[in-house]
Structures are given as structure tokens and as C-alpha cells.
Design a protein. Structure first.
Length: 417
């Protein structure tokens, strides 16, 4: 029994390395925004199937009874009828065809809307994952900074005891140490928030030490190539394209209201002089007919005219929305590309600056121990080292984040993990 308990405890505490792709899959499988769009897609499927009904005949049954205090033409006070009719539309200005095409375009638009929602969520997960990795590094840097200042405080305290430095130099180190402690607390708080954000998306407990580090890629981008990918694959843009196509079909459908409506109608009626349609003394008459019905509306208060005009204006509204979207996407793409290039160049510079800051700190530390370097200069060296480390982390993950945003806009993988 003891060993079983140990096994259960070990399984409970078992954890595994979580990759970015696994985090994305966990999120997509549990996200309610995706489920919402999936239900909307199912709704559009049913609407499309509903719009197929005009291509089938309409079948109706009817039953009528009448009881009067006066005799009818047959000398009876009661009468009844039972029958049915079949109506099949032969022509209605092609409105049914264009309405069906419109609903099919709306269904395809909803497919793109669903994909756009997925892509937005994927970017959110990527951003949350990157934030956890970056902030975890910031915590490590803050811990290193605090450790360096604690070592400097010990040395400064010894120097102060033997009278090698004044008290205000020791106080400078104490103040910087407290600032570093506050920075560490703030970094840990931010890390906790980013972890909670990623846990919310994945619905899984996250240990930042178990996240698989992302590789740093440095692809070469061309704005024209990225724009072409964006025009061809961006779901938000494809969504509006299908909406506009649907409006085109709807306009043609509304134009059909100005054309005649032609129906073929078959009728069967059974008349009786007994309203229950039963009885030995009842007499029956049957009537079967077929008719071709042509209807053409001559005037309905300009209803069809204004319906057509409103559908045309509605299409223009979506076309304007598409132009605005393209402008926004181009701006977002340009901004992401500029951010990528800036982070890429800054990363190379920050690596050089880090080596210089490390060398500067080593020299300052040796000079401080030899008492040929002031406390202020040594503190400056530590601050420069911490800043250089932070810049490397900032620019490294800035590159990764910019690539993720470019991939979202173009909906095309730009790197292979």
C-alpha cells in the first residue's frame, strides 16, 4: 500500500516539457471562441440547406367543413371537402438560384471567419508563450543583479569597517541592492501574470522551467512577397471577399422580383354534402385539375425597387470595409517588418555590448578590490552589465514575436521549428 501511495504521488507531480505547438493544440481544443464560430458555421450550413427548398415541389393537404342553418344548392345544411395540391415553381426570375448562391458564399465566408478566429488565438498563445520565456529570463537577470550587489555590499561593508570607504559609499550600495530587490519582485510578479495567461489559454498548469525554448531564426523578408501572401491567404480579407460575392448574388436575386413568377399547380378535391365526410347518405364529388399560373407584380409601393437599392448600397459598404482592412493590414505588416528588422539589428549590437559590459565589470571589480576604483563606478559597471543582459533578452524575443506577427498577417509559416 505504501508503494502505491508513492506511485500516485509521483504521478501527481509528474510533469513534462511543453512545446509551443502542444500549447497551441491544447488551446485550440478547448477554446470557446472557436466553438462559437463552429456553431455559426453549422447555422450557415442549415440556412444553405433551407435555401435549397425552392427547387423541390410544395405539397399541401386541406380539409374544410361547413355547417349552416340554411340549405345549400344541393339542399343540404352540411358540406365538407378534402384535398391536396402540389405546386412546383418553374421560374421566379432566378431568385432561388441566386439566393442559394448567396447562402453558399456566406457559408464559405463563415469558414474563413472560423479560420481567422483560430489564427488570432494561435497568435495569442504564441505571444503568451514568448512572454513567459522572456520574463523567466528577466527574473534570472534580476536574480543575478541582486546577487552581484549582495557580494558588493559584503565587500563594501568590510572596506567600511577598516575605514577604506566612507559611509555614504556603503549606503549607495545598500540603496542599489534594495532597488534590485524591488526589480526582482516586480519581475516575478509579471512572470506570474504571464504564466496565468498561458494557463488560461491552455487550461493546463504551467511551469516556466518546463517550457521548451524557442529557436532563434533570422529569415530574410521582402515586403512585396509578404503582401502577396497576405492578399492570397489572410482569412479576414477572404471573409470580406466572400461577403461581397454574396451581396452580388443577393442583388441579382432581388432583380428577379421584377420578372414574372411561373408555377405549375396540380389539385385534387373531394367534396361531400356531409361535413364529417362519412355516412351512408353522403354523396361525393371528386375534382382533379392542373393549372399553369403566371404572376407578375405591377406595383407594390416601390418595395422591390428600394429592396434592390438597399442591397446595392450594402455591397458598397462592405467594399469600403475591405479597402479599410487592406490599408490596416498593410500598415500592420509594415510595422511588424520594421519591428523585426529593428530587433534583428539591435540584437547583434546587444551581443557586442554584452561582451563589453562583462569585460568592463570584470575590470571594475578587480580595480574596486584593489581600491583604485570608486564605489560609484563599480555600481555603474554592474548596472551596465544588467542592462546589457536585459537588452539581449529583449531583442532576442522581440525577433521571435515579430516573426509570429508576420506569420499571423500572412497566415504562412516563415520558419520551421
Amino acid at each position: 500500500m505504501f508503494y502505491k501511495i508513492l506511485l500516485l504521488i509521483s504521478l501527481f507531480h509528474f510533469s513534462y516539457a511543453l512545446s509551443l505547438q502542444e500549447a497551441i493544440e491544447l488551446t485550440l481544443n478547448n477554446n470557446h471562441s472557436i466553438k462559437e464560430q463552429t456553431y455559426f458555421l453549422k447555422e450557415m450550413q442549415y440556412i444553405h440547406q433551407k435555401n435549397q427548398s425552392p427547387f423541390y415541389p410544395s405539397i399541401d393537404a386541406n380539409y374544410t367543413t361547413n355547417q349552416s342553418n340554411r340549405l345549400n344548392q344541393r339542399g343540404k345544411k352540411a358540406s365538407g371537402s378534402f384535398g391536396g395540391n402540389i405546386t412546383y415553381n418553374l421560374f421566379n426570375g432566378l431568385s432561388d438560384i441566386f439566393t442559394l448562391s448567396s447562402s453558399n458564399s456566406l457559408y464559405q465566408a463563415q469558414e474563413h471567419q472560423l479560420q481567422a478566429t483560430k489564427e488570432d488565438i494561435i497568435l495569442l498563445v504564441k505571444t503568451a508563450y514568448i512572454n513567459v520565456l522572456r520574463q523567466n529570463q528577466n527574473v534570472l537577470i534580476a536574480e543575478q543583479s541582486k546577487a552581484l550587489l549582495e557580494e558588493q555590499r559584503r565587500e563594501s561593508a568590510e572596506f567600511y569597517k577598516v575605514g577604506l570607504i566612507p559611509k555614504n559609499d556603503l549606503l549607495k550600495v545598500e540603496v542599489e541592492l534594495k532597488n534590485a530587490t524591488q526589480t526582482l519582485l516586480s519581475a516575478k510578479s509579471n512572470l506570474a501574470y504571464f504564466i496565468k495567461t498561458l494557463e488560461r489559454y491552455t487550461n493546463t498548469s504551467i511551469n516556466p522551467k518546463e517550457l521548451i525554448e524557442l529557436k532563434l531564426h533570422k529569415p530574410s523578408f521582402k515586403l512585396d512577397t509578404l503582401q502577396n501572401l497576405m492578399y492570397a491567404k489572410n482569412s479576414a480579407l477572404l471573409y470580406l471577399d466572400k461577403i461581397i460575392q454574396s451581396k452580388d448574388y443577393l442583388i441579382k436575386s432581388n432583380e428577379g422580383n421584377f420578372l414574372p413568377d411561373i408555377n405549375l399547380i396540380g389539385k385534387y378535391t373531394n367534396y361531400s354534402d356531409n361535413y364529417p365526410l362519412i355516412g351512408k347518405n353522403s354523396s361525393y364529388r371528386e375534382e382533379t385539375s392542373a393549372e399553369l399560373q403566371v404572376n407578375l407584380n405591377l406595383f407594390n409601393g416601390f418595395k422591390d425597387k428600394y429592396l434592390l437599392e438597399s442591397s446595392k448600397v450594402n455591397k458598397l459598404a462592405f467594399q469600403s470595409q475591405r479597402i479599410t482592412l487592406i490599408e490596416n493590414l498593410n500598415l500592420q505588416l509594415f510595422e511588424s517588418l520594421e519591428t523585426y528588422n529593428l530587433a534583428l539589428n539591435a540584437y547583434e549590437i546587444s551581443l557586442i555590448a554584452l561582451k563589453q559590459a562583462e569585460e568592463n565589470y570584470r575590470i571594475s571589480q578587480n580595480r574596486y578590490k584593489a581600491r583604485i576604483e570608486s564605489t560609484s563606478n563599480f555600481l555603474d559597471a554592474e548596472l551596465l552589465l544588467t542592462k546589457a543582459r536585459s537588452n539581449v533578452v529583449l531583442n532576442r524575443y522581440g525577433i521571435i514575436q515579430a516573426i509570429a506577427e508576420i506569420e499571423r498577417i500572412t497566415q504562412t509559416p516563415q520558419v520551421q521549428e
